[in-house]
Unconditional design. Structure first.
Length: 355
């Protein structure tokens, strides 16, 4: 793949990696040595290069800042016990990025550029992949419009960039989440099913209100009826009700999480009953009342599995079973950790070795 992609590489003079204990760094604040950049102009992708991670000069008229043509992905590389560095299902991120690009009237990033840039970057920055059991290198590919022009229209110029940061455990503790039914993350016909930057901007205020009340995250509900749960913060949502693993069915208001698909695939392998369907707030409370709500958790690249210990709704709090008493989510969390460390057979070929 990289044989055909011409990437000009300017390596860093001296790696910064020894300045940090990469197994113990705050999430998203320390950046690895290099970044990959591809430029789109005159209707085609042109220059591809890797350079030391750096700031760039920017026009205040940059179109992405004003009109939100800005999309991104979140993915991870893991170091197995034998030192091999692998990406987890990277082609899925590439496909989703292009789904986002289409919806936001942006040019698609050819797979060759996405994967070629990514693998070259990983080879250069493999020393930044933590070795701890819960550590990983978080990878942020993103695409922005770069026209220096005011005026609402799809831009002519774009940059696709990838940079990385070492990451540890995302949530140290199980989370308390508040069902939000006044503000909405996504609406029908909108952009909730893609990773558009604006989705995250609009979520911050309601999330802050929930945090002021002592919750870590919100559970988003559907904007039309406010009766059905959709996602939790930036994670897909799953419940074990009775003996069935249930998750909201995908729609244009729900992001098709790669962890969601991974967890469902393994649950099926293990012979669990699984259902993708609408889940009402009423059903959750009824299951809580009759003792069949066994587990609730979020799934996503950053946290993998975020156990939910309590759900708030208006002035009520519904406590969930202790994590030690949950059968499914701790087991799958451990299974995925072992898979990424090379301790489990990779029968779905999800780990793509890069070095
Ligand atoms: C809104 C939203 N939902 C769900 C997810 C989980 O997706 P994934 O498992 O692909 O990380 C994310 C993170 O990308 C997200 O931003």
């Amino acid at each position: 793949m990289t044989e055909t992609l011409d990437i000009k590489i300017t390596p860093i003079e001296k790696s910064r990696v020894s300045e940090y204990d990469i197994n113990n760094v705050p999430f998203g604040k320390i950046f690895a040595d290099h970044m990959f950049v591809a430029e789109y102009e005159n209707g085609k992708w042109s220059k591809c290069y890797i350079q030391p991670y750096q700031d760039v000069p920017m026009s205040y008229a940059l179109s992405a800042l004003h009109y939100g043509q800005s999309i991104f992905e979140g993915m991870k590389a893991y170091k197995s016990d034998d030192g091999t560095v692998s990406l987890f299902r990277p082609l899925e991120n590439c496909k989703r990025m292009n789904k986002s690009a289409i919806r936001m009237a942006m040019p698609e990033v050819p797979e060759e550029i996405f994967m070629g840039g990514l693998t070259e970057l990983m080879k250069l920055d493999k020393a930044w992949v933590p070795t701890s059991d819960t550590g990983s290198l978080y990878i942020r590919p993103f695409l922005i419009s770069t026209d220096e022009a005011i005026g609402v229209r799809p831009a002519d110029n774009y940059k696709f960039i990838i940079f990385c940061c070492p990451a540890g455990k995302y949530y140290a503790e199980p989370v308390k989440v508040l069902i939000e039914h006044h503000y909405f993350r996504a609406v029908r016909g909108g952009v909730g099913y893609v990773k558009a930057a604006g989705n995250y901007g609009r979520s911050l205020y309601p999330t802050r209100l929930a945090q002021d009340k002592g919750f870590q995250q919100v559970i988003w509900t559907d904007s039309e009826t406010q009766q059905y749960v959709e996602e939790s913060g930036t994670m897909n949502l799953m419940f074990v009700i009775g003996d069935t693993l249930v998750t909201p069915a995908l729609s244009d208001t729900i992001l098709a999480g790669i962890t969601r698909d991974t967890v469902f695939t393994i649950a099926k392998d293990w012979g669990y009953k699984v259902e993708e369907r609408k889940i009402s707030i009423k059903e959750i409370f009824e299951a809580h009342a009759n003792g069949t709500l066994k587990e609730a958790f979020g799934t996503g690249t950053a946290a993998t599995i975020a156990h939910i210990k309590a759900i708030g709704f208006e002035d009520n709090i519904y406590d969930l079973p202790e994590i030690e008493d949950r059968k499914f989510s701790p087991k799958i969390d451990e299974y995925l950790r072992n898979l990424r460390k090379g301790r489990e057979e990779d029968k779905h070929h999800w780990m793509m070795k890069v070095s």
